[in-house]
Write a new protein. Structure first.
Lengths: 113, 112
């Protein structure tokens, strides 16, 4: 019972800006939106997370809709190193069993030179 | 900045062998997790430590899998004896009080 919906794949060219969408229509008030990315045979890499406000860090900009039912991860000036599967997951901030993560298929981002 | 460090990156074992995987969490984190990741089962929790105390031990993995945390900066996962079905990527992650989880690069285990 996936709580987030993402496109299976997206393509981009080096130097472009990529918008990765995620739908989470049943998000609860205490759930954060987390983004991880993963390349084959490596562990998931934390990208960013947010609750309600847009957030930005060195890796990406996270735009969260005002009703919190969707979000978009924005990668600027993508490089070949950004090619990965991007996972959008919901997670309560702390406590409970919030460490029992379920990664869906995510979005496979392909970057071409 | 030192993230989560896992060694070795790759391990090949014969069926029945004992293998030990190692993990160094992010400095200052008080939570440490061991997971197993396969394409079929996805991410499965093996063990969870809070401040070196075992908080949760993945029920299905108790008999041959043993995780230990000898000090706040080092943990091991022992698999004894190994079986071919144990072939997977083993991930270590750490966090501070169950906030953002940071994962290591993983150990790819192949059991022949």
């Amino acid at each position: 019972d996936a709580k987030t919906t993402q496109p299976d794949s997206m393509e981009s060219t080096e130097g472009e800006t990529v918008h990765l969408p995620c739908s989470h229509a049943t998000i609860s008030g205490n759930e954060y939106i987390y983004w991880y990315r993963q390349v084959p045979l490596q562990g998931p890499e934390y990208v960013t997370h947010g609750l309600q406000q847009n957030t930005t860090n060195s890796m990406a900009f996270l735009a969260i809709a005002s009703d919190r039912k969707s979000s978009t991860l924005i990668l600027t000036h993508v490089s070949l190193r950004d090619a990965a599967v991007y996972h959008c997951i919901l997670r309560v901030g702390s406590g409970g069993s919030n460490y029992k993560l379920t990664f869906g298929k995510g979005t496979l981002l392909t970057v071409t030179p | 900045d030192a993230g989560v460090t896992q060694t070795p990156r790759h391990e090949v074992a014969e069926k029945g062998q004992t293998i030990i995987l190692k993990c160094e969490p992010v400095s200052g984190h008080n939570d440490l997790f061991w997971y197993r990741q396969t394409k079929i089962q996805g991410l499965e929790l093996l063990s969870y430590f809070r401040s070196k105390s075992l908080m949760e031990d993945g029920g299905a993995f108790k008999d041959r899998f043993k995780a230990e945390m000898l000090n706040s900066s080092f943990s091991t996962l022992k698999i004894q004896p190994t079986e071919p079905k144990d072939s997977a990527v083993y991930l270590c992650a750490s966090s501070f009080s169950q906030n953002t989880l940071y994962f290591g690069a993983g150990t790819r285990l192949s059991v022949l």
